[in-house]
Design a protein around this ligand. Structure first.
Ligand code: NAP
Length: 283
């Protein structure tokens, strides 16, 4: 079974569009998301475009602010501070990665927790690990939604997450733990990785290496979630961290790349923007 993130996200965005259409009458306006793009990296520009397109579909007001790669860090932080203070803005997202002279950590901690639609702010991360109300990071949130949509029982299962980044690996592991899976986090120093991954009922791969996970690393009937977004070195086409054709014949459930986790990430960004808006109007 292939879980189509494209199909699920289309359904969820349709529902959100209906919900947002009621907001002008209820609250006098729609949610407003500001996306900051620094520099001209083509992949970042395309992600930003995808976010604008999804916002337009759902009915969220989207403002894309483009700044040159040479922008001084303090100027970018001042821009974020002015958006924090702007009452008409509900969500702020700075597209990563940033040029080397800008500290991503400083940028993330400058966005107010209430407008942190990515769920990357240290206070949101702390709240997640303390099981307090918070904005969940989009990709991990999307993965849990996909598993539930596919009818995968998480409780009691052995989950292995390859990757321990703050953005994907660690929060995915935490959310799986919260769903009562028993979780192992593997990384670049893990010894005999295939022996670890073969233990997984649910295998989440977030490494960033094209077709790294081969069929011999997966047990029969495993659920395989491929987070990776890479260029195939031979064809130049988008591909995941999992050798899809080889692994699909062993897995019971698998996500494709493209069309899997990626669309769900944008869908959850829309959901987070709506949640930030609703928390604000309820205050
Ligand atoms: P990252 O920060 O570079 O982290 C990569 C992780 O993979 C690290 O924890 C690293 O281990 C581990 N790793 C690297 N080589 C390994 C190996 N040979 N064996 C085992 N583990 C290994 O990357 P990220 O931000 O988490 O992103 C991972 C992938 O997901 C990328 O392809 C990215 O483009 C994609 N992504 C997709 C979405 C989406 O919406 N679809 C969203 C975010 C990211 P160490 O910690 O030991 O270095």
């Amino acid at each position: 079974m292939i879980i189509s993130g494209k199909e699920l996200s289309a359904r969820l965005k349709e529902d959100m569009r209906g919900e947002v259409s009621t907001f002008p009458e209820k609250y006098g306006r729609v949610p407003h998301l500001v996306v900051i793009l620094v520099g001209d990296d083509s992949a970042s520009a395309s992600y930003v475009k995808g976010k604008a397109k999804a916002s337009e579909f759902v009915g969220i007001r989207n403002t894309t602010v483009h700044r040159p790669a040479t922008i001084p860090e303090e100027e970018l932080l001042d821009l974020i501070r002015s958006l924090n203070a702007d009452d008409t803005v509900d969500g702020i997202l700075v597209q990563l990665p940033l040029p080397d002279h800008i500290s991503e950590a400083r940028v993330i901690e400058t966005i107010s927790k209430e407008k942190d639609v990515d769920g990357f702010h240290p206070l949101n991360v702390a709240a997640l690990w303390q099981k307090q109300p918070c904005t969940l990071p989009c990709t991990p949130k999307g993965i849990i939604k996909m598993l539930k949509f596919a009818g995968v029982e998480i409780k009691g299962k052995r989950a292995v997450v390859i990757g321990r980044s703050n953005i994907v690996g660690l929060p995915v592991a935490k959310l799986l733990l919260d769903e009562n899976a028993t979780v192992t986090i593997a990384h670049s120093r893990t010894g005999n990785l295939p022996s670890v991954t073969r233990e997984a009922d649910i295998l989440v791969v977030a490494i960033g290496k094209p077709r790294f996970v081969t069929a011999d690393m997966v047990s029969d009937g495993a659920v395989v979630i491929d987070v990776g977004v890479n260029r195939d070195p031979e064809t130049g086409k988008l591909c995941g961290d999992v050798d899809f054709d080889a692994v699909a014949s062993k897995a019971s459930v698998i996500t494709p790349v493209p069309g899997g986790v990626g669309p769900m990430t944008i869908c959850c960004l829309m959901e987070n923007t709506i949640e930030c808006f609703l928390r604000k109007v309820a205050r």
